[in-house]
Design a protein around this ligand. Structure first.
Ligand code: ATP
Length: 238
């Protein structure tokens, strides 16, 4: 579904990613782990069309993403939940959700968008209780749920999440990962970037480890968990 080959990308012509290759097949949940500054967010920005690759191949369902505008990437079905969440704090939960369907406004009837919203409120009941509340007044966990729900309003085929557990309490993280598992069970394909490797590995079919802009390791969750170097560096275990 997503194929990245020998990707070099960075800022102002300076490379941060030095030849990264990875793929995500339909129905998989793939996680990308790595320390601060490894280049995880840079990779996601390239995938979402926010920065242009210096060289290499970026394909989603056969389409070349490397020259595609970011709104067209969303319309093609690749939707990212950004790290900073980027909600509109003075707009209500309902308004934020409806903005997620913006890319579909010409293709879906208003009734379909409403149905999609109703289904998401079943998945995130806490948002249903707060539809008219301003997004800026939600707790951190609720804001993350709203950011995920808003991305789902665009009906992605590949959902990309950048550190959904960042700054959240363990119980909230559990709740978010449980919701991701429900989405998985419904057949959604997920690319997850996480520093919380332990939580991410529990729900992932495969993982890649990025270090200083290069892939260090990759494999199934079981393979990586059996790797001493990985366990020590990313799971904090001997
Ligand atoms: P974190 O987990 O801390 O977000 P990361 O793995 O996502 O880390 P990136 O944010 O991709 O890492 O950063 C990789 C490198 O690129 C860092 O050295 C960072 O300083 C640099 N970088 C990131 N964004 C920019 C930017 N807009 N302009 C210049 N350099 C940048």
């Amino acid at each position: 579904m997503l194929r990245i080959r020998n990707l070099h990308a960075g800022y102002s012509g300076i490379s941060v990613l030095h030849g990264v290759s990875l793929h995500v097949a339909q129905g998989e949940t793939v996680c990308l782990v790595g320390a601060n500054g490894a280049g995880k967010s840079t990779l996601l920005q390239a995938v979402s069309g926010l920065i242009r690759p210096i060289s290499g191949e970026l394909r989603f369902e056969g389409q070349d993403l490397s020259r595609m505008a970011s709104h067209r990437i969303v319309a093609a079905g690749l939707v990212q939940v950004p790290e900073a969440r980027e909600l509109f704090p003075s707009m209500t939960v309902r308004e934020n959700l409806d903005l997620g369907a913006f890319a579909l406004r010409n293709r879906l009837a208003a009734a379909d968008i409403r149905n999609n919203r109703a289904r998401l409120l079943e998945l995130f009941p806490v948002l249903g209780q707060r539809l008219e509340q301003k997004a800026g007044t939600l707790s951190g966990g609720e804001q993350q749920m709203l950011a995920i729900a808003r991305a789902l309003m665009a009906r992605p085929r590949l959902l990309v999440l950048d550190e959904p557990s960042l700054g959240l309490a363990p119980l909230v993280i559990k709740e978010i990962f449980r919701t991701l598992q429900e989405l998985q069970a419904e057949g959604l394909t997920i690319l997850l970037v996480e520093q919380n490797a332990l939580a991410a590995m529990r729900i992932s079919t495969r993982a890649y480890v990025l270090q200083a802009g290069r892939l260090l390791l990759s494999g199934t969750a079981e393979e990586l968990q059996a790797n001493d170097e990985f366990r020590r560096a990313y799971l904090g275990r001997d």
